[in-house]
Design a protein around this ligand. Structure first.
Ligand code: ATP
Length: 237
């Protein structure tokens, strides 16, 4: 069985008096694409933020590569390969595409950075065409590609993606999911948060359904995709 890269137990996260995540368990194994789905406000983004050190954990345990990481900062965790692509992309708008990609490799000290930029250009030819363009002048879809490319530059061991398809045109949504699949096939372990439950579960190996801060269902992604409760609540049937 594949190694467990990320293991979360009893995770609770609160914003002041509001409990956004109320005690959840999940794990991600090496090579897997795991999808976290659920309605608006279910606590998906909060879960990703807590795992990556961007939001304090009220209770519970998080293990990454077999070691507890609760309390470690986002910067340290990213250096160790636990990398999040936030909702809304978070590119450096006043830097060029190439500069953004170089920034993504800040945690590395090797001579393969230029070669990896070429690999990213292989996945996203659009970024190559626009290499010297300022990130802030790119379209939403292009910025999502750049955010994904930049994250790959860190050579992540686990990549956490928050709603990569959010706000994009149908063609761009297709492209982004295609790329998620490509990255997965290249062996990158991923935790994918998506509103687009049908697309996410079609690609994923396993899935977790969140509702009001709790995990209400979990299992093989294909089984969830065909589960009448999921179809009714999240696929609009
Ligand atoms: P969405 O798909 O809409 O992004 P989500 O499942 O990612 O939803 P979260 O963003 O994690 O949900 O929000 C979970 C709950 O926590 C919501 O009720 C939200 O209003 C609340 N919340 C999120 N961020 C904050 C914050 N900074 N301060 C107070 N409450 C917050």
């Amino acid at each position: 069985m594949a190694a467990t890269l990320l293991k979360v137990r009893g995770l609770k996260v609160a914003y002041g008096g509001i409990q956004a995540v109320k005690g959840i368990d999940f794990e991600v194994h090496e090579g897997e694409l795991v999808s976290l789905i659920g309605a608006n406000g279910a606590g998906k983004t909060t879960t990703l933020k807590a795992v990556t050190g961007l939001q304090p954990v009220a209770m519970g345990d998080i293990e990454y590569l077999g070691k507890p990481i609760k309390g470690q900062g986002a910067w340290d965790l990213a250096r160790q390969g636990l990398v999040m692509i936030p909702e809304g992309r978070g590119t450096f708008t006043r830097m060029t595409i190439v500069e953004n990609l170089q920034m993504g490799a800040y945690n590395r000290d090797d001579d393969e950075i230029d070669a990896d930029i070429e690999k990213v250009f292989g996945i996203f030819p659009r970024l190559k065409e626009r290499a010297e363009q300022l990130a802030g002048t790119m379209s939403g879809g292009e910025q999502q590609m750049l955010a994904m490319g930049r994250a790959l530059m860190a050579r992540p061991k686990v990549l956490l993606l928050d709603e990569p398809s959010m706000g994009l045109s149908p063609i761009m949504v297709d492209k982004i999911f295609e790329v998620v699949e490509t990255i997965h096939q290249q062996g990158v372990t991923m935790l994918l948060v998506e509103q687009n439950a049908s697309r996410a579960l079609s690609l994923a190996d396993r899935g977790y359904v969140m509702d009001s801060g709790l995990v209400t269902m979990s299992g093989e992604a294909k089984a969830l995709l065909h589960d009448p409760r999921v179809r009714e609540a999240y696929l609009g049937e």
